[in-house]
Design a protein around this ligand. Structure first.
Ligand SMILES: Cc1ncc(COP(=O)(O)O)c(C=O)c1O
Length: 375
């Protein structure tokens, strides 16, 4: 299985050394610092792995279930702590899908499933989200794509990159479609926890015996560098298959990621951290709304949840050209072109990152470049 580079990663690789002065579309809440955790860390903690669970620290797995509202529905052994949601997705996709198997994915969506599915030699059907309907995923479109032979449905909720949320009712319909076909249903919840409209959607691991929930501390808590995420599924064989594949990759989780992740998810830390991220996100969202409304030709569907959304560029501007010109002097501002998501007429806007990303400066430069654009 040879994994090929995706446009999104290609763009990040090509631009990592650009040293932008501002970032528009930062996808993490303001990252905490190591010092925020030092008082609760034990300097005598051994850094070996003896006598630890291959599934992750039991207390951490307990917190993972609690934050997803799955306590009493899923057991701690249904949780595997992973190196981010990315590893959780990888382990599940790799162990479930074989050459020629049928996968159903969404567009726009997080590219990982398509990249891995192509490398595996799976047959992939893409279901388009509808921008005119606020980027919703119509259940009847999904139902048409899923067949009795479908092995895996991969979705994000909230959606990356549009911030669209599936409600409980919509999720119930999706579960019914998956169950009817006997398909596995993986819903990546990496952006859950910051809902701007309504409440957090239920996790599929609690709704369906072949439902797989993945998530992490990366986005709402800004702790991406810890590489602490999870996979939750009530099927013991799926979880064990993931443990086995991980043993043949990175073997075990990293202990600092688990220990700090456990501290971060303790209720007394989690609640204030989410409250801070919500307050910051809401203020920036209001700012972005005002910016889009005031910028001729720009339009967007305000995200319902999570830290990012897609804005439509004025007719005739290609997102790649726009993003590259914006990154170059004199603008020196980073944003992700919609082409990274198969949406060349869009750009990704976001509300994360705190003061260090200089969102206001970035928006001023986006407006200036749009005004200067020669169409
Ligand atoms: C939908 C989605 N899934 C997974 C990931 C990977 O996140 P993590 O840092 O938890 O591995 C990302 C990162 O952007 C994402 O947007």
């Amino acid at each position: 299985m040879k994994v090929r580079i995706h446009k999104l990663f290609q763009y990040l690789l090509e631009t990592t050394e650009a040293e932008p002065e501002a970032i528009v579309g930062f996808s993490l809440a303001t990252p905490p610092k190591l010092g925020d955790f030092l008082a609760d860390l034990d300097p005598e903690m051994p850094l070996d792995w003896n006598n630890r669970s291959f599934r992750g620290l039991p207390e951490l797995r307990g917190h993972v279930l609690a934050q997803a509202g799955l306590e009493g529905i899923c057991a701690p052994d249904d949780v595997l702590i992973t190196a981010g949601a990315a590893e959780a997705n990888y382990l599940a996709i790799r162990q479930l899908v074989g050459p020629g198997d049928h996968m159903v994915i969404e567009s726009p969506g997080w590219p990982q499933a398509a990249v891995l599915g192509q490398a595996i030699g799976a047959h992939i059907t893409t279901v388009s989200r509808d921008e005119a309907q606020g980027w919703s995923l119509a259940p009847d479109r999904l139902a048409q794509a899923v067949t009795p032979g479908t092995r895996l449905i991969f979705l994000t909720n909230p959606n990356n990159p549009t911030g669209r949320m599936m409600t409980s009712d919509e999720l119930a319909e999706v579960v019914a479609i998956a169950r009817n076909a006997g398909a596995w249903l993986l819903v990546d919840e990496v952006y859950a926890g910051l809902e701007w409209e309504g409440v957090r959607a239920p996790s599929v691991a609690g709704l369906y015996e072949r439902g797989i929930t993945t998530g992490s501390v990366s986005k709402a808590l800004g702790l991406q560098g810890l590489r602490t995420g999870w996979l939750i599924c009530r099927d013991p064989e799926l979880v064990m298959d993931a443990v086995i594949l991980r043993e043949n990759g990175s073997e075990i989780m990293n202990i600092m990621g688990e220990v700090i992740g456990e501290l971060a998810l303790r209720p007394e830390r989690l609640a204030p951290a989410l409250a801070r991220a919500r307050a910051e996100g809401l203020a920036n969202l209001a700012r972005l709304d005002a910016f889009v409304a005031a910028t001729p030709g720009l339009d967007w569907v305000r995200p319902q949840a999570g830290l990012i959304g897609l804005a439509r560029l004025p007719e005739g501007i290609d997102s790649d050209d726009f993003a590259r010109r914006l990154l170059a002097p004199p603008w020196r501002t980073f944003l992700l072109p919609g082409s990274a998501y198969g949406q060349p007429g869009h750009i990704r806007l976001g509300v994360g990152g705190g003061a260090s990303v200089r969102l206001e400066d970035g928006l001023t430069r986006v407006a200036a470049l749009l005004a200067a654009w020669d169409r």
